[in-house]
Write a protein that binds this ligand. Structure first.
Ligand code: ZN
Ligand code: ZN
Length: 355
């Protein structure tokens, strides 16, 4: 079968590899769409410390069941599914605490083990989710769960005001999940196009922190109190600091991003405000269920959020173009099935610039 293999940073090729052999308890899946995110770009650029090479990337997946054990409740051949790309060891502190999303030995598909940019993959049946959703919607479930998990960690409820720094793929999931819970949601970014999509995803207000004075707008929107919840999905020292600055007294701060350099805090704020400060990582089954429900209720702007859908053969060019100009791309999806309709004609004749 064909697979996209990343041999080393900057080098991806579509090659023949041996197809996976299904074991009992697993499903053989025909991959239909794979979404790409910052993790994949970092792997391509050699900036993902968790990845090893050669590696088949791909952890955001829509697929059709090609083979499965008989009498598995809820699943049968021909059914469209998405899946959780994480593993858990079952015995580390996180797993023993029923938080296997943070398993110390987690191996994510496409990162620590081969992923889904291939015609077929096998996965344990318990990782599968089915839903009343189209294939492209199924492919959006996993990326949205990460922000949804942050919203769950921060115990967001309908009476809360929630401010979210960063409206890329992950932050957008947090915006949508927060709005889905009925919270008054404020989206913050420096990119008006991303803020526009965030509003479609349910943000009541948007702030362009490059053009507007963040502290004063937040003050106006929250009667001077600050939001009860702040979620950081950027990963820069400035936004790490701004989160504890703008959050209300007794508020909750959830960090999804991680800053590449150390951050110097005024720790007085932690104590004075009596803050709950938490990290958040990956997602739990409940987050998958919540995102699926949100998509089934058409509460997420699927079309606006998907930037391009490229055929599998063009995936190497897509990586090169994305690397050259990441800001130009919203969510990228690769269609592995030749019969999948492409969203638009993507590559110009030179194979790099996008129409
Ligand atoms: Zn991802
Ligand atoms: Zn574990």
């Amino acid at each position: 079968m064909k697979a996209l293999v990343m041999h080393c940073p900057g080098s991806v090729r579509i090659e023949d590899v041996s197809p996976p052999v299904r074991k009992a308890g697993e499903a053989l899946l025909r991959v239909r769409y794979v979404g790409l995110c910052g993790t994949d770009l970092n792997s391509y650029r050699g900036r993902n410390p968790l990845v090893s090479y050669p590696r088949i990337p791909g952890h955001e997946i829509a697929a059709t069941i090609a083979e499965i054990d008989e009498n598995i409740a809820g699943f049968s051949v021909g059914m469209d599914v998405t899946l959780s790309p994480y593993t858990s060891c079952g015995s580390c502190a996180a797993c023993c605490n029923n938080r296997n999303n943070a398993c110390q030995l987690n191996q994510t598909l496409g990162v620590q083990r081969d992923g889904a940019l291939a015609e077929y993959i096998t996965v344990p049946v318990e990782k599968l989710y089915t839903a009343h959703l189209g294939l492209q919607e199924l492919c959006l479930v996993e990326p949205l769960t990460v922000g949804c998990h942050a919203v769950a960690r921060a115990r967001v409820k309908d009476s809360d005001t929630v401010a979210i720094f960063g409206c890329g793929g992950v932050g957008l999931g947090a915006v949508a999940a927060s709005a889905f819970r009925g919270a008054k949601t404020i989206a913050i970014d420096v990119d008006d196009k991303k803020l526009e999509i965030a509003k479609k995803a349910g943000a009541a207000y948007s702030i362009n922190s490059q053009r507007q004075d963040l502290a004063s707008v937040i003050g106006e929107l929250t009667d001077g109190r600050g939001p009860q919840v702040v979620i950081e999905a950027v990963g820069r020292p400035e936004t790490f600091l701004a989160a504890v600055d703008i959050v209300a007294f007794t508020g909750r701060v959830a960090y999804i991003g991680y800053a590449k350099e150390p951050v110097t805090y005024e720790t007085r704020l932690f104590v004075q405000k009596e803050l709950d400060i938490m990290g958040t990582r990956n997602a739990l089954p409940a987050d998958f269920q919540e995102v699926i429900l949100m998509l089934e209720e058409k509460r997420f702007p699927v079309d606006a959020a998907i930037g391009i859908v490229a055929p599998f053969e063009e995936a190497p060019e897509v990586f090169a173009a994305w690397d050259a100009n990441p800001a130009r791309f919203a969510k990228i999806m690769i269609a592995l099935d030749p019969s999948s309709p492409a969203k638009e004609d993507i590559l110009d004749a030179d194979g790099v610039e996008f129409a």
